[in-house]
Design a binder for this molecule. Structure first.
Ligand code: SAJ
Length: 433
């Protein structure tokens, strides 16, 4: 059973792995993080977080100084010296929207080489349903040990919201499914150390895997509905945000917020895991697929709004300068994975626009690789058309007088249309003509 002397090896020190490692270390357990990124391993061992997340840098510093948290690239040593092994590595989709489980496979191979009796292996990575039973367990059993009998296996999805990760990890309910009830119980006693949220033990591994995918697919599908409603509202000259807010006064209605598209490593990927596994099992999922299509089409819709707004002002998109505010996938984060800003920028450049970008959070190399020029905020506001893509707090103070050429496309409902119109600025947005 888990006690104060238990040691944990955590594979993957990314956006979810590092906060988990730091919280478990703070609870008094010795945590050895394993990552292939040597630079990040060094940053962590120097007492800092390579990931921007409120409170994380301080927590890493505190736990490294107490010698409870450390990082390494040596998986063998980490597994050999631990009783619990966790896998929190990324699981993207490939070009064909099929799951790429190479990081999970590689972690499980390393674990199986050093697996011992009584080890508890916990998978947290988001995976297509059935992966633990059909892929993880056979890989681990290559050790010659038998899952359930010799070592324990549990799956528990991470459900914390980036930019509020530490709080949510410590307070959200946690869903756990194990290969047997002892595995579930053992994993549960581990998470009790870091969360005061409810621990929900489900029947088996695949149920826990499915829960995670259902949550993110629910959100993606609802955002798609909001985006489609917004496009209809726009055609009818209805302010979509006003209409959605009014509709949401109904006690059983909760329409989500339309925007430039759905980004991040979760909502834009996880639904495809259901689509893939459903198909393998003879089930079509048209609603989930269509929701993805709707959300993936949104950057193109924003580009059309920009183009027609410029044309209404007697300009062409070709040769115009477009100032993009924010390229992170959502406000106040540095993460640009799957961001809708990327296809939007590429689409505008293809149409002949000169795109300049302001985002103090996102690494310049990423933005440059899309063919856009990085500028300061003042310069971005000088553009023919300013497009607010990400609702970073620093953009909330933008005033009409700052929009030099009198045109802003606001893809998030964070700036007040009337204020800008009164200030003589043409104000367009998703769901607003
Ligand atoms: N978005 C909209 N409209 C909305 C809500 C979000 O356009 O009404 C967009 C955001 O701008 C962003 C994307 O969707 O581009 C995703 O943002 P998010 O804040 O909805 O979610 P994530 O990806 O940061 O985190 C999600 C969370 N899942 C759910 O809320 C069901 C989080 O709890 C998960 O832990 C995380 O995915 C994950 O790791 O899977």
């Amino acid at each position: 059973m888990i006690n104060e002397n238990s040691s944990i090896a955590i594979f993957g020190l990314g956006h979810m792995g590092l906060p988990t490692a730091a919280l478990l270390a703070e609870s008094g357990l010795r945590v050895r993080g394993v990552d292939i990124n040597i630079k990040n391993v060094e940053i962590i061992n120097s007492g800092h977080s390579p990931i921007m997340e409120p409170g994380l840098d301080e927590l890493v510093k505190k736990t490294v100084e107490k010698d409870l948290l450390s990082a390494t690239t040596d998986s063998k040593e980490a597994v050999a010296n631990s009783q619990i092994i966790m896998v929190i590595v990324p699981t993207p989709v490939d070009r064909n929207k099929k799951s790429d489980l190479s990081a999970v496979i590689s972690a499980c191979r390393s674990i199986s080489e050093n697996l011992k009796k009584e080890h508890l292996v916990i998978i947290e990575s988001t995976v297509p349903p059935g992966t633990c039973q059909k892929l993880v367990v056979p890989l681990l059993e290559k050790s010659g040990l038998k899952a359930g009998q010799d070592f324990k296996v549990a799956y528990t999805p991470e459900r914390a919201l980036p930019n509020n990760t530490l709080y949510e990890m410590a307070h959200n309910a946690r869903v756990i499914g194990g290969i047997d009830s002892e595995s579930t119980q053992m994993a549960s006693s581990l998470y009790e150390r870091i969360t005061d949220g409810e621990i929900i033990m489900v029947k088996n591994l695949v149920t826990a895997e499915m829960v995670k995918l259902m949550e993110n697919t629910y959100r993606d599908t609802n955002i798609a509905l909001a985006n489609e409603m917004a496009l209809v509202c726009s055609a009818l000259d209805v302010d979509a945000i006003e209409a959605i807010q009014a509709a949401n006064h109904h006690p059983r209605v909760n329409i989500h917020t339309p925007g430039p598209g759905v980004g991040g490593h979760c909502l834009s990927i996880d639904p495809y895991f259901i689509v893939e596994t459903a198909l393998e099992n003879g089930v079509d999922t048209p609603l989930i697929r269509t929701s993805r299509e709707v959300n993936e089409a949104m950057p193109g819709e924003v580009s059309k709004i920009v183009q027609s707004a410029l044309e209404d002002m007697g300009k062409t998109i070709e040769g115009s300068e477009i100032g993009i505010l924010g390229v992170a996938y959502k406000g106040n984060v540095a993460d640009a994975r799957e961001t809708p800003a990327k296809p939007l920028i590429k689409n505008l450049i293809k149409k002949g626009a000169n795109v300049v970008v302001n985002d103090p959070y996102v690494f310049p190399d990423i933005i440059n690789s899309w063919g856009a020029e990085i500028v300061d905020l003042k310069r971005a506001l000088l553009s023919d058309c300013v497009v607010l893509v990400t609702d970073h707090d620093l953009y909330l103070n933008i005033k009409p007088s700052m929009i030099t050429n009198g045109l802003i496309v606001c893809t998030r409902p964070v700036l007040d249309r009337e204020t800008f119109q009164k200030g003589g600025v043409t104000f367009k947005g998703v769901g607003r003509r």
